[in-house]
Write a protein that binds this ligand. Structure first.
Ligand SMILES: Nc1nc(=O)c2c([nH]1)NC[C@@H]1CN(c3ccc(C(=O)N[C@@H](CCC(=O)O)C(=O)O)cc3)CN21
Ligand SMILES: CC(C)C(=O)C(=O)O
Ligand SMILES: [Mg+2]
Length: 278
């Protein structure tokens, strides 16, 4: 399993860090077998596997339930769990208790928080002091969708670009081990990446971030209805699954399935004794 120190080493050595989301046991198992560096149990699970309309609906219970399955499926991969909407904003005490619950119940290696408000920065420091590795998340922060007014590229004007640069520095200063940069122009992401000693992980943030993250179901085209433009579609698994299900459906209806190889037989003598039909 990668360690926090190794991730920083990878940045120094110009080795790209690979990350993908996973939300359950089988996907985590496959991600580990594919030798990805990190897994994110993203709160995107609310939209991707629970059918919520945004990540605002995701609860602590949702995150714990799914993260537990993921760490069981990928016991040797660095797993990061998103703290869900408002679970770290009501009070410092509640934020710490929620972080404790996520770490102790899920066996994850790190937590990810959106934004860099004074409260979040203070929390990053407190968690770091408590031994919890924290990953920041800047740019498009989906938990603030109702403030941002939609899922849009961030840092496109002078003021917001400068704020992003400053927020990234502050997260590093408060102990963040890495920062996810979501939907920011590539030159801004490159500048931030060069100005930090901790690795940046980009999603829609260009090629110059220290690593890349994508949503599992997006890159595999598995049950998603809309795909952001920054996604590369590496496979059409939804189509593959649908074809297989259609074949199964048809074979049951036409009595081609099950065959003898899918069937358990009884001793002929016992069948006769019980007078069972052929
Ligand atoms: N399936 C999935 N993939 C994700 O990456 C993802 C989620 N769900 N849910 C939570 C957030 C929401 N995300 C999103 C959603 C939409 C866009 C999007 O439509 N982006 C436009 C850019 C629009 C602009 O020009 O400002 C695009 O064209 O990609 C981006 C990120 C990222 N996260
Ligand atoms: C898109 C990534 C960075 C995320 O936060 C999530 O999947 O929830
Ligand atoms: Mg998230």
């Amino acid at each position: 399993m990668k360690s926090t120190i190794q991730l920083k080493e990878m940045k120094k050595n110009n080795e790209k860090i690979t990350m993908v989301t996973a939300y359950d046991f089988p996907s985590a198992k496959i991600v580990e077998e594919a030798e990805m560096d990190m897994i994110l149990v993203g709160d995107s699970l609310g939209m991707v596997v629970l059918g919520y309309s945004s990540t605002v609906e995701v609860t602590m219970e949702d995150m714990i339930h799914h993260a537990k399955a993921v760490t069981r499926g990928a016991p040797n991969t660095f797993v990061v769990v998103d703290m869900p909407f408002m679970s770290y904003h009501i009070s410092m005490e509640q934020a710490m208790v929620n972080a404790q619950r996520l770490m102790q119940k899920t066996n994850a290696q790190a937590l990810k928080l959106e934004g860099a408000s004074p409260d979040v920065l203070q929390l990053v420091k407190k968690l770091t002091d408590a031994g919890v590795p924290v990953i920041g998340h800047l740019g498009l922060t989906p938990q603030s969708v109702h403030v941002l007014g939609g899922y849009r590229v961030q840092g496109k004007d002078k003021a917001t670009a400068l704020k992003l640069i400053d927020d990234a520095k502050k997260l590093e200063q408060n102990g963040a081990i890495s920062i996810v940069l979501e939907c920011v122009p590539d030159r801004l992401a490159k500048h931030i990446t060069k100005s930090l000693s901790i690795p940046t992980i980009g999603i829609g943030a260009g090629k110059d971030c220290d690593g890349q993250v994508l949503v599992f179901h997006d890159l595999l085209q598995y049950g998603v209805s809309y795909t952001p433009s920054f996604v590369e579609k590496y496979a059409q698994t939804g189509d593959l699954i649908k074809e297989a299900l259609k074949t199964y459906n048809n074979e049951v209806r036409t009595q081609q399935f099950p065959t003898e190889s899918h069937t358990f037989l009884m001793e002929e003598s016992l069948a006769k004794e019980l007078q069972l039909e052929e």
